[in-house]
Design a protein around this ligand. Structure first.
Ligand SMILES: [Zn+2]
Length: 141
């Protein structure tokens, strides 16, 4: 998200948020931004350094589908990959991982929640588990 100071052809100053610098140019050139005071669509960027918030800014609207930072986008992509390619087993994670390791159940990729103590025990027994950098999203069945 980038905030630009804008000025209409009547000299009214106001701010607007855009998803990207190129997106703002497209919207301005297409007359899709109008002055909050007089409604003019002859809008130009006022000279000002754009403000790029690290997290969701409290003082501007946010598109709901746009993660705030590159790090959050990478995390969202990783999460989507994990959720797409493995089964969510919730609190049964430790038991499921152990059963697969012991050959009780066929192996498949899973993710879920385990207490620290459970995860440590799995690793001690040579069962490969790794922490995910996000909390699992509980799915409704
Ligand atoms: Zn105006």
């Amino acid at each position: 998200m980038i905030r630009y100071a804008l000025r209409c052809d009547k000299g009214h100053d106001f701010d607007s948020w855009f998803r990207s610098a190129s997106g703002s140019d497209t919207l301005l050139a297409g007359g899709q931004v109008s002055c909050v005071v007089c409604g003019s669509t002859q809008i130009a960027k006022a000279p000002m350094a754009p403000a790029v918030p690290v997290r969701a800014a409290a003082d501007g609207p946010q598109p709901l589908d746009a993660p705030a930072s590159a790090a959050e986008r990478r995390l969202a992509a990783l999460r989507a990959h994990v959720e797409r390619t493995s089964d969510y087993v919730g609190d049964a994670f430790a038991a499921e991982a152990r059963d697969m390791h012991d050959g009780v159940k066929p192996e498949r990729p899973i993710h879920g929640e385990a207490r620290l103590e459970e995860a440590r025990k799995l690793l001690e027994d040579g069962i490969p588990v790794a922490p995910l950098p996000f909390g699992a999203r509980r799915k409704m069945h």
